[in-house]
Design a protein around this ligand. Structure first.
Ligand SMILES: Cc1cc2nc3c(=O)[nH]c(=O)nc-3n(C[C@H](O)[C@H](O)[C@H](O)COP(=O)(O)O)c2cc1C
Length: 206
C-alpha cells in the first residue's frame, strides 16, 4: 500500500508543471478554495501558519491588480534605462498574462504569530522562517491545483511591489505579499525542464 502511494507521489511531483498559458474558459473556484485549504496543511514554524491567501477571481479585480503592478514595474524598468518600446512590450505582456489567467492567488506571509525579538538578527530569522513556511504552503497548493486538473504558475512579481499589491487588494497591514499564483486550464502540456543531476544538488557527509 505504502509502495503504491509512494510511486503515485513520485509521479505527481514530476508531472506538475508550470503552466503559463490558459484557455479562455471558466474554472471552478471551489477547486481553488480546496487547494488553499490543502496549502494550509504545510508544516510551519512554531505552527504559526504564517501564510495568507487572497483569491482574486473577477475580471475587473484581476485587471486592476495587473494595471497597478504593471505601472510599478514600468517605473522600475524606466530606472534601468531600457527603451520605452521595450518597456511597453514587457508591461503589456505581463498585463495580458495576469488578465488571461482565470484566477489569481496572492500569497502573503504574516509575522503576527511569529516570535518577536529585540535584535535584527533574530527578527530576520523569524522573517525567513515565515517565508519558508509560505513556500511549503505554495508547493502544496500547486500540487493540489494540478491534481484537480488545472494549471498554475508561481510568479515572484509581488516581491518587487508589495505595497502596490497590498493597496490594490486592500490587504490587512500584516499581510506581506510574497508571490502570485496564476491559475487556469492549460492550453497545452508544457515541456519538462530537465533537472540538474542529483550529485550537483546534494552532498553526503558520512
Ligand atoms: C520562487 C519562484 C518564483 C518564480 N517566479 C516565476 C515568475 O515570476 N514567472 C514565471 O513564469 N515563472 C516563475 N517561477 C516558475 C519557475 O520558472 C519554474 O518552476 C521553473 O522554470 C521549473 O519549471 P516547472 O515548475 O515546470 O518544473 C517561479 C518559481 C519559484 C519557485
Amino acid at each position: 500500500m505504502a509502495a503504491v502511494a509512494y510511486e503515485a507521489f513520485r509521479r505527481l511531483v514530476r508531472e506538475r508543471r508550470t503552466v503559463r498559458a490558459y484557455r479562455d474558459e471558466p474554472i471552478d473556484l471551489a477547486a481553488l478554495e480546496r487547494a488553499i485549504e490543502d496549502a494550509c496543511w504545510a508544516p510551519s514554524p512554531h505552527h504559526a501558519q504564517p501564510w495568507r491567501f487572497a483569491l482574486v477571481s473577477s475580471d475587473a479585480a484581476r485587471r486592476s491588480l495587473a494595471e497597478a503592478m504593471g505601472d510599478k514595474w514600468g517605473e522600475d524598468l524606466a530606472g534601468d534605462e531600457l527603451s520605452p518600446r521595450l518597456i511597453a512590450g514587457q508591461i503589456k505582456g505581463s498585463r495580458v498574462r495576469l488578465s488571461r489567467a482565470r484566477a489569481l492567488i496572492v500569497v502573503c506571509s504574516s509575522q503576527r504569530d511569529m516570535d518577536q525579538y529585540p535584535d535584527a538578527r533574530r527578527r530576520q530569522a523569524e522573517r525567513d522562517m515565515a517565508v519558508q513556511g509560505v513556500g511549503a504552503a505554495i508547493q502544496n497548493l500547486l500540487l493540489s491545483v494540478h491534481l484537480q486538473g488545472l494549471g498554475a504558475c508561481w510568479m515572484c512579481a509581488p516581491l518587487f511591489c508589495p505595497d502596490v499589491v497590498q493597496r490594490a487588494l486592500g490587504l490587512p497591514d500584516d499581510w506581506e505579499p510574497q508571490a502570485l499564483i496564476t491559475v487556469g486550464q492549460a492550453v497545452e502540456q508544457p515541456p519538462v525542464p530537465a533537472r540538474r543531476p542529483l550529485d550537483e544538488s546534494m552532498l553526503i557527509r558520512a
